[in-house]
Design a protein around this ligand. Structure first.
Ligand code: PGA
Length: 248
């Protein structure tokens, strides 16, 4: 399985900045055949722009969230069908910023993962503990509960999801989980997937949380770390490409 390096731009970007960033990434890749799967998850208004910039390239694109509803009176929401109109391959679901600031529950995140799969979009399901939960020794309980909800909802499609372990205390803080800390949790998640699907090895388990050009290689060298979900460092072409190079 090729590693997967996915950028999460969060609420950053502009038409001009995106074009410069994506062109710098494509120039840096220089048309080489990719040994690593790559994706950029961008704010919904820019999906059309990314579609034009990336069609025919080795970089896929995706959204950062989607509605659990199909259509209708849900002001502000974006449906899976709309994402498909822009050929989205991925949608992040259950990012900790959505769980924290938008009150997303395990059940809602599971519904979103299910809807994404039903529309041929690969959900990148984020799980992760807060600092308080880690300090209380709750890390495994929390991530397993978060993943269990999704496994229950998607059932036999479990091998089609992507999981991202993102310790909340490591996101945007510059504090990365050590490779050993991350591997420990990834192994727990892999074992949980193994109980739910015959092909746990097909599921990418990404690490996310202050992954950068300097620390990526040691994290990606861990046996159960199959790639990265990159926030801040995905806004700089050179850093993102260095992480991609570290994954080979
Ligand atoms: P970060 O964000 O790389 O800026 O820590 C990762 C994420 O939240 O997906």
């Amino acid at each position: 399985m090729k590693p997967l390096i996915a950028g999460n731009w969060k609420m950053n970007g502009s038409l001009a900045a995106n074009e410069a960033l994506v062109k710098a990434m494509l120039d840096g890749l220089g048309g080489q055949t990719a040994a690593t799967d790559m994706a950029l998850c961008v704010p919904a208004p820019y999906l059309s722009q990314l579609q034009s910039l990336l069609t025919g390239s080795t970089i896929a694109w995706g959204a950062q969230d989607l509605s659990s509803h199909e259509q209708g009176a849900y002001t502000g929401e974006v449906s899976a069908t709309m994402l498909k109109d822009f050929a989205c391959r991925y949608a992040i679901v259950g990012h900790s910023e959505r769980r924290q600031y938008h009150g997303e529950t395990d059940a809602l995140v599971a519904d979103k993962a299910k809807v994404a799969l039903a529309h041929g979009i690969t959900p990148i399901v984020c799980v992760g503990e807060t600092l308080a939960e880690r300090e209380a020794g709750q890390t495994e309980v929390v991530v397993k509960r978060q993943l269990a909800a999704v496994i229950h909802a998607v059932a036999h499609c479990t091998s089609e999801i992507v999981v991202a372990y993102e310790p909340v205390w490591a996101i945007g803080t510059g504090k990365t989980a050590s490779p050993e800390q991350a591997q420990q949790v990834h192994a727990v998640l892999r074992a949980q997937l193994a109980a739910a699907t015959q092909h746990p090895e097909r599921v990418h388990i990404l690490y996310g949380g202050s992954m950068n050009a300097a620390n990526a290689a040691s994290l990606l060298a861990q046996p159960d770390i199959d790639g990265g979900l990159i926030g801040g460092a995905s806004l700089k072409a050179a850093d993102f490409l260095q992480i991609v190079a570290s994954s080979r």
